[in-house]
Design a protein around this ligand. Sequence first.
Ligand code: XMP
Length: 514
Amino acid sequence: MKRETVIVLDFGGQYNQLIARRVRECNVYCEIYSYKTDIEKIKEINPKGIIFTGGPNSAYLPDSPTYSKEIFELGVPILGICYGSQLMMHLLGGTVEKAPVREYGKIEVTVDNSSRLFTDVSPKTICWMSHNDYISKAAPGFKISAYTPDCPVAAAENEEKGLYAVQFHPEVLHTKEGKKMLSNFVYNVCGCAGDWKMDSFVDESIKAIRAKVGDGKVLCALSGGVDSSVAAVMMAKAIGSQLTCVFVDHGLLRKNEGDEVEAVFGPDGPYDLNFIRVNAQERFYAKLKDVEEPERKRKIIGEEFIRVFEEEAKKIGAVDFLVQGTIYPDVVESGVGGESTVIKSHHNVGGLPDCVDFKEIIEPLRDLFKDEVRKAGLELGIPEYLVYRQPFPGPGLGIRIIGAVTAEKVKMVQDADAIWREEIAKAGLDREIGQYFAALTNMRSVGVMGDERTYDYAIALRAVTTTDFMTAESAEIPWEVIGRTTSRIVNEVKHINRVLYDCTGKPPATIEFE
Ligand code: XMP
């Protein structure tokens, strides 16, 4: 599919994905490439615009990431952000040096409204700054278009050549009018039409899947998570009964989750596909019996998952395509796209492709960010409760029960978790908080209920705000919500007599308990 594209050239900045997401929010498709990408490749992509990211280095040092000056002669507009702006100036003959005053945080910037980049932006606007170096002198041919008391060149431009440099970060929300600036760049400067829309993406993808699959047979491992659900529905709309979805219920799902997935994908649901639900609860519980060590639990669950899937796949026989719910951040983080390679530590179904006999992998969501996957899901008519489902780890409740897993403990944590989720939703907090769930501690303590002494388990409630799940803060939940949840849990869930709220961030804790 050929669509107008803006590329982000990644110089190691922490916001590379954020920039791409913001551009896409302007309805312009955007991809991330490492600064090591060959210029011939860039010519081949033929982008409408290029954005240089920030980065931790100093543009004037010999070993810092750089790019051939030829890029400025392609006739493609370029926006340099932070390090990217300094690099542009440095390469084109300006001066970058250590700033006498380091700017960090929200700073008022005075902008020149006659600049195409700042059309309709307030003349004094709050921007997010984070830099040790600064541009002390703009490159020849550049006009200064913004400044602060400590930063003489907060933005500079060579309009004729379509080159723009901003010291601040328009992509972060702290920059109040950042979105407008990025929109100005892609529309006023690059002349984009804005053809990146989820409805057309879905239509085009369905056509492309049909063309690729022909009358082939396709297998999809369905976890019930957002990505695999959206991928499965897209495939179902494209090729219907040529698709088989295998859903392994390992008995470690949230309350009613297995039935919810079956209601959508099973024979009574709206799709004409072959849905196989494998009820493997007993098998998983038996393997997990008396196992307490978290890593061993994870391993057992992962391996057993593969064994169950393998058995089902054998029954189905050879297939032509295997569907995977890979999304764009996975692609970037695996090092294919950007520069800042993050080691992926979690895999839902690690090793799955090896155990299935197939010819090719289809990844229908490979180009999408998570928020776009959700939009595509809504376009496809998937119910909101599935589309806005929060992330759920592959090992499921197995790692939300501290110590050995038993069917009784699974039931306790499922019931408590359902209450917590219900109360959070009732309070209207469900879209605000990154992730929230209940975990069963391995601690029993004394309580009193009615006139009876109890000796029962403690449930821990967790709620975190996070942008990337690499770091997280414990969410400040109103006390009345915690209070209501607590009294419901101790009243409604047998063998729980104490409710604790986890106030720890990540680091030092992790989001999950094991
Ligand atoms: P932690 O506990 O490492 O979790 O702070 C970060 C995010 O990853 C999810 N998580 C997993 N996801 N398989 C997954 O697919 C796993 O084994 C796994 N372990 C943790 C966790 O829910 C959180 O969103």
